[in-house]
Ligand binder design. Structure first.
Ligand code: PMP
Length: 372
């Protein structure tokens, strides 16, 4: 069975598992406890993991806030920032292709009095800096713009949008869940990007842990942002709750591996994507149509229309040999809003399958497509 749904989730890397196990068994301490070894070992492990995430993102350790994943990070940042800044304005800007954890959060805020602009995307699923510039108003308090799309792989021009936001003094958050370990960047080089959200399970870490990155020196943000969880004051008072040490340790090791292997993994994903596209073209010729952009994309995401076929039936048929999805796992019950946003008809959406590769796949494994 070939697993090609790596944008939905990835398996835990064997080194990640090995590193996590002691923290489930003998090193079970609460890092907020004091003095005895169980506590200090747990605390040191969390500090090491925080350092590893900071190294991967090229940011300060104090800017790394552990959460349960991107859904929580998106909710925390979007609700926290808008609540903190509500007296300055009521306007939020986002895009049509965001993950539901961003879109639904913004729509919720609309129900309690905020004003929302949802930017349309072009045929590649991308927003332009000009569109963003035109949408910013004097009362805009937050922009939340996805870095890379989970269904199409489209990359938004985040560096340029960050420059614009710095110039215009508006708060920019980006959902970076899909780009980690797949593109090179440094948050140090993007002073206009104040917050991002990431999830460990998208890059060979465990499920249920992620990070909200919050730039420390922007707008004197800390510690005034409204937390999602009030309580014991963990994570600088921004995310209360006993830390999931085993998961955090796992995220740290996954981050270390992702940073070390970044260049190699990007090359491998690019190579695999090229081969997959070739094989699909050979096998299906004019019976398929690609939806993903050809440039400025996350390597390894391929979105294909199988003309005249139903994607649900196809995914079921392929299931014994190839694991793929019709789009995002998070909203697979509904036709994709992302594909609709790039102008696909309902019919075209219903014939689309997403293949998402892993750098750990061997090129030869893709030969399975020759047998379809
Ligand atoms: N944002 C994007 C772009 C995603 O792909 C996902 C996961 N599919 C999330 C946010 C949510 O991540 P999680 O389910 O780990 O909270």
């Amino acid at each position: 069975m070939l697993y090609l749904d790596n944008s939905a989730t990835t398996p835990v890397h064997p080194e990640v598992k090995e590193a996590m196990l002691p923290y489930l068994l003998e090193q079970f301490g609460n890092p907020s406890s004091k003095y005895y070894d169980y506590a200090t070992t747990a605390k040191d492990a969390v500090a090491n993991a925080r350092q590893a995430v900071a190294n991967l993102l090229h940011c300060k350790t104090d800017e790394v806030i552990f959460t349960s994943g991107s859904t929580e990070s998106n909710n925390f940042i979007i609700k926290g920032i808008t609540d903190q800044r509500k007296d300055l304005g009521k306007h939020i800007i986002t895009t049509a292709t965001e993950h539901p954890s961003v879109l639904e959060t913004c729509k919720y805020l609309q129900t309690i009095g905020f004003e929302l602009t949802i930017l349309p995307v072009n045929i590649n699923g991308r927003v332009s800096v000009e569109q963003v510039r035109a949408a910013i108003r004097p009362d805009t308090i937050l922009l939340t713009i996805q870095w890379g799309n989970n269904e199409l792989g489209t990359l938004n021009p985040i560096a340029e949008i960050a420059e614009l936001c710095e110039e215009q003094n508006v708060f920019l958050h980006s959902d970076a869940t899909q780009v980690i370990g797949k593109i090179e960047f440094s948050l140090e080089d993007m002073p206009g990007l104040q917050a991002i959200s990431i999830s460990a399970h998208k890059y060979f870490g465990p499920k249920g842990v992620g990070v909200a990155y919050l730039k420390q020196d922007a707008y004197n943000l800390y510690p005034d942002i409204t937390p999602l969880f009030h309580g014991g004051g963990q994570e600088y008072g921004l995310r209360s709750g006993t830390l999931a040490v085993h998961n955090i340790v796992g995220m740290g090791v996954a981050s270390k591996i992702a940073a070390t292997k970044l260049k190699h993994n990007i090359e491998q994903l690019t190579l695999l994507e090229k081969r997959l596209v070739e094989l699909l073209q050979q096998q299906f010729g004019s019976n398929i149509k690609f939806n993903q952009p050809s440039t400025n994309k996350i390597p390894g995401i391929v979105s294909v229309q199988f003309i005249g076929l139903n994607n649900e039936i196809l995914v079921k048929k392929l299931a014994p040999i190839i694991a793929v999805s019709t789009g995002s796992a998070c909203s697979s019950a509904k036709p994709s809003h992302v594909l609709a946003a790039i102008g696909l008809s309902l019919n075209e959406v219903r014939q689309t399958i997403r293949f998402s590769l892993s750098p750990y796949i061997e090129l030869e494994e893709l030969n399975i497509f020759k047998e379809l």
